[in-house]
Design a protein around this ligand. Structure first.
Ligand SMILES: [Zn+2]
Ligand SMILES: [Zn+2]
Length: 288
């Protein structure tokens, strides 16, 4: 079973997001844990959440992923920004865990001049209290493109943050294809090599999900600009290779491509058709 779907809006509630995702052929999806550019979150709505849980079961979705807001910067040296981030991540780990969401992904942050080492220590100490307790949600650090003073553009750095938290068991990684490519990992021509390196530096057992994005920026450009699948520098062949790679194919794939629901439906259909054509070319039937 291929678990794939886009980033959905929860503006109309969680149940509507699940219904809309199923309607466009998604078997998994991502959404923002709260307003991505502010701090507000949806008020608890028991009826909507109950409807959401039964739709999840009915539709047979794979793992769902919440994305922390972009305003979060756990590497910030500014105390006000840092404290806001600590509060948000603690709240959202608990809120998303209560909603039984499998993964909460966040950008490690930008050190804004303090240096990557200092930034990594700050992220880890902000995450530690959020990871205490008995929740079952796994918090994922996203692989970043490395623009500006962004940290998390190297696998080694993500591993360092995980180790520093003291709660590595509750942490994993989400690999964004656009970001890793922009960071200089050649997932287009050497996906195998990149995944071997990930395995050495973080461990493939910690890779929990994939952001399936093509990249407008070139290899190593540090540009975080997503392109529609097949319309960027990575290209459709390499995207399909990622979907079929033994180390990735059982993970959930979330697209963050510039489309509305109709465009996402078409993109998902295209991916499925191309995967089926490949499978037919090999003389076997696709598994989904
Ligand atoms: Zn992200
Ligand atoms: Zn991005």
């Amino acid at each position: 079973m291929l678990f794939i779907g886009p980033h959905m809006s929860i503006a109309g509630g969680y149940a509507k997001a699940a219904r809309d995702a199923a309607a466009i052929g998604a078997t998994a999806f991502q959404f923002f844990s709260r307003n991505p550019r502010g701090s507000r979150f949806r008020k608890h709505d028991g009826e909507d959440e109950a409807a959401f849980q039964s739709l999840r079961r009915e539709c047979g979705f794979g793992p769902l992923q919440a994305h922390a807001p972009y305003t979060l910067n756990l590497a910030a040296s500014d105390e006000r920004v840092y404290d806001f981030g600590k509060t948000v991540i603690c709240e959202d780990v608990r809120r998303m865990d209560a909603l039984k969401i499998e993964y909460l992904v966040l950008h490690p942050g930008s050190h804004t001049g303090a240096g990557t080492e200092a930034g990594a220590v700050r992220v880890a100490s902000a995450l530690a209290p959020a990871l205490e307790g008995s929740g079952s949600i796994t918090v994922l650090l996203e692989t970043m493109a490395g623009g500006g003073t962004e940290i998390g553009a190297s696998f080694a750095q993500l591993r360092e943050i995980m180790d520093l938290t003291g709660h590595a068991d509750r942490l994993g990684a989400c690999m964004d294809l656009c970001h890793v490519y922009a960071a200089g990992y050649d997932v287009k021509n050497d996906l195998d090599g990149v995944l071997k390196r990930f395995d050495r530096e973080i461990g493939l057992s910690r890779l929990k999900s994939v952001h399936l994005n093509d990249s407008m920026g070139a290899l190593g450009s540090k540009r975080d600009r997503h392109a529609a699948l097949g319309e960027g520098e990575i290209g459709m062949e390499a995207i399909l290779n990622a979907l079929e790679h033994p180390a990735l194919r059982d993970l959930p794939f979330y697209t963050e491509t510039p489309f509305d629901d109709e465009g996402h439906a078409q993109e998902l259909a295209t991916v499925r058709r191309l995967l089926a054509a490949r499978a037919a070319g090999r003389g076997n039937q696709p598994s989904s």
